[in-house]
Design a protein around this ligand. Structure first.
Ligand code: ADP
Length: 396
């Protein structure tokens, strides 16, 4: 059985066709720079990355290209679109209403559009992808899997901000939390690796990628997430600011003459590691510069690790302990230096790294030292497989 997983961004459409019997990717790629003259189709063939110029004026055209590539004589992935049993769409925001994956019928899509204001940089694009896909695969089951859904179990004391309550009631201003599919996946994997029921564990899962969020997962339920009303809150990320004194925003808007949308752009695109280092949002580049003695690059990495460490301390307090600490996503899976910096000085919580294991870490490994009371795990995330599994449940 093949499930197609779609993740639509503002100018890109990522796709994976997953063979569910083997739980393996049959084919995956992306259409990049949608809407520009320089649109590209990128995929891997025989371990080589193929990049081809294409015409993709909008997401509909990009979606058509995906189906053409999958059925193309060059790639020979599938012969007919009937071989796709269902489609799973990543949707960033499901508001308070959607706490579980949902089949996409016209009414659901219209309802989802009402949440666009909660995630203006993500949801409209997700919905464009859904509409394009539904227009082409009319009869195929299509399911939305929400980034916010796993965090719907947050207790009210974790999701209510110190604002007048009427704004929660009027606009739904609360902490939603994001990267839920990833946090849930790695928490389940961690329980398997630890050979303990998830229901008995207190886990802190660190999704450290372009976007960064930390979750406290207790008895298999998300009880905290560092992202908030929007994916800007929490840790300073590649280009996003993370936590700020809200007074700073008002000060800057006045001093720099920024409109709300200018300020939004600054907070989303010019801050975080890029903002502090004034070099790049790519951790690899910042790490190289730091090794060569660049002070701002070093500072950016220190701010990052310090911020993650503070959340680990806070979430251990929230759960009254911690059994497992999980690192995942681009940085979490690949940077022993960052993992080391984060774990330094956390021995009072029972967290001690084994430096050799940390350096050599592959997939699904424990990098904790012999004395470590807490399992420290590196687990590659697989949001696409999780989305595909959810979509599978709706096939009749
Ligand atoms: P996304 O959130 O878009 O899925 P990823 O999980 O792919 O992002 O993470 C991207 C981030 O991971 C980038 O900042 C990149 O610099 C970082 N990264 C990838 N490989 C490494 C590595 N070997 N060392 C340090 N950082 C890395």
């Amino acid at each position: 059985m093949n499930i197609l997983v779609i993740n639509c961004g503002s100018s890109s459409l990522k796709y994976q066709l997953i063979d569910m019997e083997k739980e393996q990717i049959r084919f995956g790629g992306s259409i990049e720079r949608i809407g520009s003259e320089k649109a590209l189709s990128v995929y891997k063939k025989s371990r080589k990355t193929v990049k081809e110029p294409v015409t993709a004026r909008d997401h509909h055209q990009a979606m058509e290209l995906v189906f053409k590539i999958l059925t193309d004589s060059k790639t020979r992935v599938i012969r007919d679109l009937d071989e796709i049993s269902a489609v799973g769409h990543r949707v960033v925001h499901g508001g308070e209403k959607y706490s579980a994956p949902t089949v996409l019928v016209d009414e659901t899509i219209e309802e989802l559009e009402q949440f666009n204001y909660l995630a203006p940089l993500h949801n409209p694009q997700n919905i464009m992808g859904i509409r394009a896909c539904k227009a082409i695969l009319k009869e195929t089951t299509q399911v939305a899997v929400f980034d916010t859904a796993f965090h719907q179990t947050l207790p009210a004391e974790a999701y209510i901000y110190g604002l007048p309550y009427k704004y929660y009631q009027k606009y739904g201003i609360r902490r939603y939390g994001f990267h839920g599919t990833s946090h849930r996946y790695v928490a389940e994997q961690a329980a398997e690796l630890m050979k303990q029921p998830l229901e008995e564990l207190k886990l802190i899962t660190c999704h450290l990628g372009n976007g960064v969020s930390i979750s406290a997962v207790q008895k298999g339920l998300s009880v905290e997430n560092s992202m908030g009303f929007t994916p800007l809150e929490g840790i300073p990320m590649g280009t996003r600011c993370g936590n700020l004194d809200p007074g700073i925003l008002l000060f800057l808007m006045e001093k720099e003459g920024l409109s709300a949308s200018d300020a939004m752009a600054v907070l989303n695109r010019e801050c975080g590691i890029l903002g502090i280092s004034e070099l790049s949002n790519d951790f690899r580049e910042v790490q190289k510069a730091a090794e060569k003695g660049n002070q701002q690059a070093t500072l950016a990495l220190k701010v990052f690790a310090y911020s993650v460490k503070k959340y680990i301390g806070a979430y251990a307090a929230v759960m009254n302990g911690i059994d497992g600490l999980v690192f995942t996503a681009g940085i979490g899976e690949n940077s022993p230096e960052i993992r080391r910096e984060i774990c330094l000085g956390l021995d009072y919580l029972g967290i001690t790294l084994d430096d050799e294991k940390n350096k050599a870490a592959g997939r699904n490994v424990d990098i904790g030292g012999k004395q470590s009371k807490v399992k420290i795990l590196v687990i590659p995330t697989n949001e696409e497989l999780m989305i595909a599994k959810e979509a599978c449940k709706f096939i009749v």
